[in-house]
Design a protein around this ligand. Structure first.
Ligand code: HEC
Length: 151
């Protein structure tokens, strides 16, 4: 009885299966994981070498005052009112905003390089090219430097 069933099963002619050639999709290689150092290095790769090392407005009280208002309106949501990178919007970002009280990080780039980064944007971060003018960015960095990064 069992043998008969087997013969029956083997004798059945199944539907003809046409070979199907699956289209091969060539995927782009996965992007490497974000690292802060790589993001800054590649953003600075095109920067001219003769950028000013020092912020000319750090000790200019008027510039610092203007910078404070700009900072509160345009930077504090992410970088925090205390400049420590813990603003209310920080948790939702792909990486932690710079902590301006961390002097080793602050001094890793000079003034002109920071302006360059902000004006051109930093790929892979929320920093699109800034809508602030060169002078406004100078003021806001003067505030940050004299208030949070003063050591
Ligand atoms: C939407 C959130 C957000 C806002 C708003 C923002 N930043 Fe940032 N910022 C970041 C993040 C995130 C990084 C860290 C990128 C990284 O790790 O490389 C960063 C990095 C920087 C850096 C690079 C220095 C470093 O060591 O990473 C500077 C300078 C900076 N911000 C200044 C500012 C200033 C000035 C403003 C206001 C005009 C501002 N940012 C507004 C999120 C923000």
């Amino acid at each position: 009885m069992v043998g008969g069933l087997l013969i029956l099963a083997c004798g059945e002619v199944g539907p003809t299966v046409e070979p199907v050639v699956e289209p091969v999709e060539v995927l782009a290689p996965a992007p490497p994981p974000f690292t802060h150092d790589d993001a800054i290095a590649s953003a600075l790769a095109q920067a001219p070498p003769e950028l000013p090392a020092e912020n000319p407005s750090t000790n200019d009280a008027k510039a610092v005052e203007t910078g404070a208002a700009l900072y509160e309106a345009r930077c504090a949501a992410c970088h925090g009112i205390l400049g420590d990178g813990d603003g209310p919007a920080a948790a939702a970002l792909p990486q932690r905003p710079a902590d301006f009280t961390d002097l080793s990080r602050w001094t890793a780039t000079n003034h002109g390089q920071k302006i360059w980064l902000l004006e051109k944007g930093i790929a892979g971060t929320p920093h699109a090219p800034s809508k602030l003018s060169h002078e406004e960015l100078t003021d806001v960095l003067a505030y940050v430097e004299s208030t949070f990064a003063a050591g």
